[in-house]
Design a protein around this ligand. Structure first.
Ligand SMILES: Nc1ccn([C@H]2C[C@H](O)[C@@H](COP(=O)(O)OP(=O)(O)OP(=O)(O)O)O2)c(=O)n1
Length: 178
């Protein structure tokens, strides 16, 4: 299967070990492994900054698996009649609102959500899944092959934001004068 996150493509997975923490998989970079093309040394001797550990996903279900499972779910309920693109878009935006609700009034939240309870984390997992499920079905109904579209869009993003030009800056591409 084609690698889409850049990790398998550059062999990083081979240099990493997965550990499970509270049911979530984390990846520990071993010494001298490469992340995003840059050298990483988890046991740096000189005190230089080490890239943070990356959380990784399971390889399944694929986006196509999710599309198929949701198609089965809606067919079994005769709900396809309600799942036109606009309805799916509105449903997805509603679910994005539910994700936002979980974050509201908390102020800044650190990576890994250290202060969140397991129940809050599970609620977030549910709401993010709702967003993804509706997104995938919306793409299907709009005849957008989402995995391939993502590859094309990421290629465009790399052209628009060359790492050598924008490294360390969050400016919009339109703000660069060249
Ligand atoms: N007409 C519908 C209703 C639900 N679902 C599926 C897709 C979503 O994953 C989930 C959404 O269900 P709810 O609308 O009940 O929303 P929540 O699960 O977020 O419940 P609540 O709004 O109570 O938090 O169920 C669907 O495909 N089509």
């Amino acid at each position: 299967m084609m690698a889409t996150n850049g990790e398998e493509a550059c062999g990083v997975k081979d240099d990493m070990s997965a550990v499970s923490s509270n049911g979530r998989s984390e990846v520990l970079a071993k010494s001298h492994s490469a992340v995003n093309g840059a050298a990483t040394d988890a046991s740096s001797q000189n005190g230089a900054a080490v890239r943070p550990q990356r959380f990784t996903f399971s390889s399944e279900p694929t986006v196509e698996d999710i599309r198929r499972m949701q198609a089965e779910f809606t067919d079994e309920r005769d709900w396809n009649q309600f799942h036109q693109p606009r309805n799916l878009l509105l449903a997805m935006v509603g679910e994005v609102g539910e994700v936002a609700e979980l974050f509201q009034w908390r102020g800044e939240v650190a990576d890994g959500l250290p202060d969140w309870t397991e129940s809050e984390r599970e609620q977030l997992a549910h709401e993010l899944s709702d967003v993804l499920i509706y997104l995938v079905e919306l793409a299907e109904k709009c005849r957008v092959d989402l995995p391939q579209a993502v590859l094309r869009k990421m290629a465009l993003n790399r052209l628009k934001y060359p790492a050598s030009k924008v490294h360390g800056s969050a400016k919009k591409y339109t703000e660069y004068k060249d």
